[in-house]
Design a protein around this ligand. Structure first.
Ligand SMILES: [Zn+2]
Length: 127
């Protein structure tokens, strides 16, 4: 069964504790919503069968990025249900499957370290 899609909760108003923001621009753009659909379709076994979206829209960086354009989502890798030794392999495997499913108009990367390890997926700029 495909995982439920959970958005990271807001813990407060400063940027480090802010939850994942979903905007009307996301909802109106099937190409960006496709990222969540494809991620849920390709997800490995996840804790509580929950896929955690850790970032949607944001405007906290000096340089413009796909999150600011409402064209990217981050997926937390803390939810992987595997044991620690398997984590990197499962993460890479999920990223590879997601990249294959989304095709050439998207970029899929693994970013971050430790508990911030996540898949970043976006529509390629200018596509
Ligand atoms: Zn990202």
């Amino acid at each position: 069964m495909a995982p439920r899609v959970i958005f990271k909760a807001d813990w407060g108003h400063n940027n480090s504790r802010r939850g994942a923001i979903l905007t009307l621009e996301h909802l109106r753009n099937p190409r960006v919503m496709r990222i969540l659909e494809a991620a849920a379709e390709t997800a490995p076994k996840l804790i509580d069968n929950e896929m955690l979206v850790s970032e949607g829209w944001r405007d906290i960086r000096d340089t413009p990025d796909a999150h600011e354009r409402h064209e990217a989502f981050d997926l937390s890798l803390n939810q992987l249900a595997c044991h620690e030794g398997q984590r990197k392999y499962d993460a890479q495997n999920w990223a590879n499957c997601l990249r294959a499913k989304l095709g050439d108009d998207y970029t899929v990367l693994i970013h971050g370290t430790g508990t911030n390890l996540h898949i970043h997926a976006q529509i390629k700029k200018g596509r």
